[in-house]
Design a protein around this ligand. Structure first.
Ligand code: PBG
Ligand code: ZN
Length: 337
């Protein structure tokens, strides 16, 4: 018997063989580009904690989306920053609200762009929480308890107004119990049975949303989100949340922050519903900061996205979408050489 290895993995790693055995690919169609629109501005403003990302005025919506579509981006995720906030998030379902106006502009300019709307109250409430609060006494106790069922009614109203404006997919991100079910029946009742629901099913309470809260002006004034977002320690609980959303009729399941939750992405592929990984603002900020300092090379971006695909994600929401789509021009599969 020879003392040398019979199987040599290195044979498959020769430069010309490698592409033949590549198991995971990233295509431009896998990318969803988040965008922030601000009702109070007339020119774009940079988001300090997210270098390269902006808040845009409504007037630019058509052009921005046209540009994204021309580089191959098929879907965008919209966030709105409204002029008015109150304790019950009224401006979130105003038919002339920021998101509703932007959706109409985009659908006029680029009808085939898939428009996904983030559906939450935190940008629209003066306290910054993701729904209607239980009571003022909670405030006094420095804890934030959402009135789940009252908040469900609010989410239904927002969903209907987004669908009316032309959204293709609504993405409830408040982690309310029963939100997928109540939203599905509200949409169906109003004649929007074709509008999909992308459920933020495994949304962990995470510090990685910090830069986003600057971007969307959705920081909370007291308490935290641990009463409604999932604990990062609990894998089985995340599975159960996802299972519930699947049973309630979600068309997509989402996991965030994605980079630290490859196990969850992999687990919930079991439901055979497309899994969406959200590479969040803090992940973007970390990568950008390290690249700006020269501590990491920009290839890290592809590495981060490909590993989410390897975990099983069908789609990835990432602030790198535009940059990555541009780098793929002419060729839909990422060239790993
Ligand atoms: C709204 C919402 C948040 C994010 C997406 N939708 C913030 C939060 O829940 O605190 C985070 C996205 C990101 O960090 O990129 N609820
Ligand atoms: Zn929220």
């Amino acid at each position: 018997m020879s003392m040398f290895p019979i199987t040599r993995m290195r044979r498959l790693r020769r430069t010309i063989i490698r592409p033949l055995v590549q198991e995971t690919h990233l295509r431009v169609d896998d990318l969803i580009c988040p965008l922030f629109f601000d009702e109070t501005i007339t020119a774009p403003i940079l988001i300090p904690s997210m270098p390269g990302q902006h808040r845009y005025p409504v007037s630019m919506a058509g052009d921005i989306v046209h540009n994204l579509f021309s580089i191959g981006i098929r879907a965008i995720l919209l966030f709105g920053i409204p002029k008015h906030k109150d304790s019950v998030g009224t401006s979130a379902y105003d038919e002339n609200g920021i998101v509703q106006r932007v959706v109409r502009e985009i659908k006029k300019a680029v009808p085939n762009m898939v428009v996904i709307t983030d559906l939450c109250a935190c940008e629209y409430t003066d306290h910054g929480h993701c729904g209607i609060l239980e009571s003022e006494s909670a405030h006094a106790m420095n804890a934030a308890e959402l009135d789940n069922d009252k908040s469900l009614i609010l989410m239904e109203k927002i969903a209907i107004s987004h669908a009316q404006a032309g959204a293709d997919i609504v993405a409830p991100s408040s982690m309310l119990d029963g939100v997928v079910r109540s939203m599905r029946s509200a949409l169906d009742r109003e004649g929007y049975s074709k509008v999909c629901i992308m459920a933020y099913s495994s949304k962990f309470a995470s510090t990685l949303y910090g830069p986003f809260r600057d971007a969307a002006d959705s920081g909370y004034s007291y308490g935290d989100r641990k009463g409604y977002q999932a604990p990062i320690t609990n894998r089985r609980e995340a599975y159960r949340e996802s299972e519930l959303d699947a049973l309630e009729g979600a068309d997509f399941l989402m996991v965030k922050p994605a980079g630290w939750a490859g196990d969850i992405v992999s687990d919930i592929c079991a439901f055979n519903i497309p899994v969406v990984a959200y590479q969040v603002s803090g992940e973007y900020a970390m990568i950008m900061a390290a690249c700006e300092r020269g501590w990491l090379q920009r290839e890290v971006i592809m590495e981060s996205l490909l590993s989410l695909k390897r975990a099983g994600a069908s789609l990835i929401i990432t602030y790198f979408a535009e940059e990555v789509a541009k780098s793929m021009t002419g060729c839909s599969d990422y060239d790993t050489n």
